[in-house]
Design a binder for this molecule. Sequence first.
Ligand code: ADP
Ligand code: MG
Ligand code: ZN
Length: 604
Amino acid sequence: MKNLFKNFGIFFIIFILIIALFSFMGEPKAESKRVGTETLISRINNEEIEKIIVEGTKIEMQLKDGKKEIVKKETGESLSELLSNFGVEKEKILKLNIEVREGEGFDYWLVTLLPFLLPFLLIGLFVFLMMRGVQGANSRAMMFGQSQAKEFTKDEKHKVTFKDVAGVKEAKEELLEVVEFLRNPKKFLDLGARIPRGVLLLGSPGTGKTLLARATAGEANVPFFHISGSEFVEMFVGVGASRVRDLFKKAKKNTPCIIFIDEIDAVGRKRGAGLGGSHDEREQTLNQILVELDGFEPNTNIIVLAATNRPDVLDSALLRPGRFDRQVVLENPDINDREAILKVHAKKKPLAKDVSLRHIAQRTPGFSGADLANVLNEAAILAARKNKKIIDMNELFDAIEKVMLGPERKSRVITKKERDITAYHEAGHAIVAHYLPNTDPVHKISIIARGQTGGYTLKMPTEDKHMHTKSEYIEEIAVLLGGYLTEKSIYNEVTTGATSDLRRATSIARRLITDFGMSEILGPRTFGNKEEMIFLGREITEQRDYSEKIAEQIDEEIFTFISRATKMAEKIIEDKKDKIEKVVQELLKNETIEKKKFEELVKD
Ligand code: ADP
Ligand code: MG
Ligand code: ZN
């Protein structure tokens, strides 16, 4: 359509140019002189004329001496009329050789018709342009309610299959069933089995939910409609619902297929939980999703995958049988899975021979799949920056720290005093961690600023842990306070460098009591209701479900835990002053201490 309008515009401009050209050409030529009517009369009377050509309003005289002259007459008036009006004798007129040319030339028509046509053309053009504007706006308004689902059909080049997803064995097995349904529904229908409609992928960010959904579509070789929950949430009530309707309509035309609703928690939150404008819209959208899920014919070959990292906030109606009744949980990878994920992402990267991905996997407990992919990417960037052709272990270790703590800020200017304080602070963390029995071994200490921190002490668990004990938590608090307490004991003064340590220590202490039931006084119960509320765009994450008296007791217990941890840390700092001093000297000299060196320094 647009092209047509464009062509029309171009055509119009050419048209105007042609008219301009012809109106020039229509002007008398240089050799023919423009004269008045009285000249014509006198020439006739003197019989000087060879021939007269009448063309429209133009009278051209070809004189006997070869010259040409042009006279204009009124339209509608014939030449003979004109001449007799001027009293030219009859015989003289009869003697004239008159040729009448009806203006059959293009230019004649152009010149005669244009004055009438031009206004119409202009009006027409104007109307066209207006219509076009309106139509554009209209179609945009129509598009608004349409889903913006991106369809990935069988694009071989970017196809993702289960091969590209490492680890997550159970999740893949579960989804393999879905693939089987899509490939061969008859097998299941013949046995009277109901094809699952919705599969919910649960897992923290970066665990590969989106990747796995795409891989499922790739594995089944079906179209994949991808939409993110936040796209449903618009300013206008009803838009989300209409997008859902449209999305499912599109999908129904493309069966078998997979619809993937990413971040479904944006629309699927518990209904009624929330104050303020947008929740009406969310409810409508959610209701529409439920309606569509229920409205499938039993043999419709569409499977809806959805992903969220907040299953706790989902409306229970979504999780009912017949809707998202299957749930696939994705966890952060364990050491074997980490190694496998690293292998997948190392495929296209030239690694040095001595690189051990197993070793990298050991160093990255708690990393998600996305973090691991990021480590390899950062390592490649670091190697490229050093103009290397291959990536070796050093770059990988650096990349791990960069992903964990942010980029190094070597250029940050610090005073000598600040450097000293940082060294004592980090040495304090490290020594307290080293001498407590239930903490992870110290892996690295550094006084190079990174991200937000001035220095850092890395501890690394020897194995993946899923459970933690109360003593581990208390010791963790002691380690966090180690930096602060060392500063205090050396300088008799504290700095702002410990702020985030203190905040984390306090929050661990609070969770011990309110979430883990680890307080002897307050007993085995949780405090505070973590129900989601959204008020004026801000999440209120906790509702009190306990009395003022309990609140006081919680505060007291936090205090008790922290003082217990403080005593533990203070004792170590007092006893191991010499060790702290050793570590500080080494830090000031070399800025970082690796595990091996640290163990040497603290050996008795
Ligand atoms: P989520 O949707 O769970 O937040 P993504 O699926 O977007 O996470 O994962 C982000 C990236 O992390 C992926 O593009 C992929 O590169 C990497 N990744 C995560 N998990 C895996 C895995 N199991 N195998 C391979 N790569 C993974
Ligand atoms: Mg995702
Ligand atoms: Zn600290």
